[in-house]
Design a protein around this ligand. Structure first.
Ligand SMILES: C[S@@+](CC[C@H](N)C(=O)[O-])C[C@H]1O[C@@H](n2cnc3c(N)ncnc32)[C@H](O)[C@@H]1O
Ligand code: SF4
Length: 313
C-alpha cells in the first residue's frame, strides 16, 4: 500500500555480469554477452532518468558489482546529481576490503547488502562456490564496525529453501552477534526457469510486481524484462538513447497487454506477487530504525545532562 502510494521505483544497474564466484543456484554462467558498464553509459542513465527521492538505485544484476573499478565513482556521480536517492550495492562481500569499503562509504552508499548463504563453513562454501567463509565473515564484521556513525548501513542477504526455511532465526542470530541489524531473507526461486529448483509454483502468472517496480539495466545500457532473461531476448530500449519516460511507456504497454516472456510464465519468484508487501514492511522497519536512532540520540545528551546535574548537587 505505502509503496504504491509513494510510487516506489527501483533501478537495478548491472555494472558488470562478470563474477568471481560460481554460486550453486545462480544462472549467471548462461549469459553469453559479458562486459562492464562504461562511465558514459552510466552518465546517460543519470541524464535520461529524472530520479525522485522515493527512487532507489541498486547496483546488482547477474554479476559481482565490486569487480567494477569505477563503482565508487558511479555512487558518487549518482549522489551528486540526486542526493536524496537511496543507493544500494548487493555484493558477495569477497572483495570488500577496508580500502574499498571507505571509498564506498565516502561516495555516499546508503546500503551495502552482503549475500551470505549458510551459517557454517561447509554449507556456505558448498553454496557460494569460490568464497572463503572466514574471509567474508571478517569483511562483514569490518563493514559493521567501519560504517558505525556513517550514513552507510550493512545488511545481510540470505537465500533460504523449503528445506532450511526453519533456520531464519538461526541465521539472524548468527549475524546479530556480529553486529548486523538489517536482513533480507529471500526464498530460492528458479530465476524464470533458468535453474531447476523445487520452489513452489505461484498462483498468478498474469502480473509481475518485479517488472512494475524494478527496471533492469544491463551493463551495455539495454533495458530488459529482468535479470532472469539471461539470453536478453527482449530488449525494451537502451538507456543511452531513450529517456526513461519512453521506456516507462513501453513497460506500461507490456503490462497492459500481458506481453510476458516464456521465462515469466514459469518464474517462481514470490516477489512477483509480494514485492509491494515486502517494500511496505521495509519502509515501516526503516521508520522504526530512524525513530529508535533519534530517541537514542536525544536520550544520550539528556542522560549526560542529568548526570552532570546530580554531580552538581
Ligand atoms: C545474482 S546476485 C548478484 C550480486 C552479487 N554477486 C551477490 O551475490 O550478492 C544478487 C542476489 O541474488 C541472489 N540469488 C541468486 N540466485 C538466486 C536464486 N536462484 N533465488 C533467489 N535468490 C538468488 C543472490 O544470493 C544475491 O543475493
Ligand atoms: S549469486 Fe552473485 S556471487 Fe554468486 S555467482 Fe551469482 S552473481 Fe556471482
Amino acid at each position: 500500500m505505502l509503496s504504491k502510494i509513494l510510487k516506489i521505483r527501483i533501478f537495478d544497474i548491472e555494472v558488470t555480469n562478470h563474477c568471481n564466484l560460481k554460486c550453486k543456484f545462480c544462472p549467471r554462467d548462461n549469459i553469453v554477452l559479458k562486459g562492464f558498464m562504461s562511465l558514459e553509459t552510466f552518465s546517460s542513465f543519470l541524464r535520461n532518468t529524472k530520479l525522485k527521492s522515493t527512487d532507489s538505485l541498486s547496483f546488482v544484476g547477474l554479476g559481482e558489482p565490486l569487480l567494477h573499478p569505477d563503482l565508487p565513482r558511479f555512487v558518487k556521480m549518482a549522489k551528486e546529481m540526486y542526493p536524496h536517492v537511496t543507493v544500494w550495492i548487493t555484493t558477495n562481500g569477497t572483495l570488500l576490503d577496508v580500502e574499498l569499503l571507505h571509498k564506498l562509504i565516502n561516495a555516499g552508499t546508503d546500503v551495502i547488502d552482503i549475500s551470505f548463504n549458510g551459517i557454517n563453513k561447509e554449507e556456505y562454501e558448498n553454496t557460494m562456490r569460490g568464497a572463503i567463509f572466514e574471509d567474508v565473515i571478517k569483511n562483514i564484521e569490518t563493514a559493521v564496525c567501519e560504517t558505525r556513525g556513517t550514513r552507510t548501513k550493512v545488511q545481510v542477504n540470505s537465500v533460504i529453501t523449503e528445506e532450511n526455511k526453519g533456520n531464519i532465526d538461526k541465521i539472524k542470530n548468527f549475524f546479530r552477534e556480529k553486529g548486523v541489524e538489517r536482513f533480507q531473507i529471500r526464498m530460492l526461486h528458479n530465476r524464470g526457469g533458468s535453474i531447476t529448483s523445487n520452489s513452489k509454483r505461484l498462483k498468478d502468472y498474469n502480473t509481475c510486481w518485479i517488472f512494475k517496480i524494478i527496471t533492469f539495466i544491463c551493463w551495455n545500457g539495454d533495458v530488459v524484462y529482468c535479470s532472469n532473461d539471461t539470453n536478453r531476448t527482449r530488449i525494451i530500449g537502451n538507456i543511452k538513447t531513450d529517456t526513461f519516460k519512453e521506456i516507462e511507456k513501453k513497460k506500461a504497454i507490456i503490462i497492459r497487454n500481458n506481453l510476458w516472456l516464456e521465462n515469466c510464465h514459469v518464474c517462481t519468484d514470490i516477489w512477483r506477487e509480494k514485492l509491494p508487501h515486502y517494500l511496505d514492511k521495509k519502509i515501516v522497519e526503516e521508520c522504526a530504525y530512524r525513530f529508535i536512532r533519534v530517541v537514542t540520540e536525544i536520550k544520550t545528551p539528556i542522560k549526560k545532562l542529568m548526570k552532570i546535574r546530580s554531580n552538581d548537587q
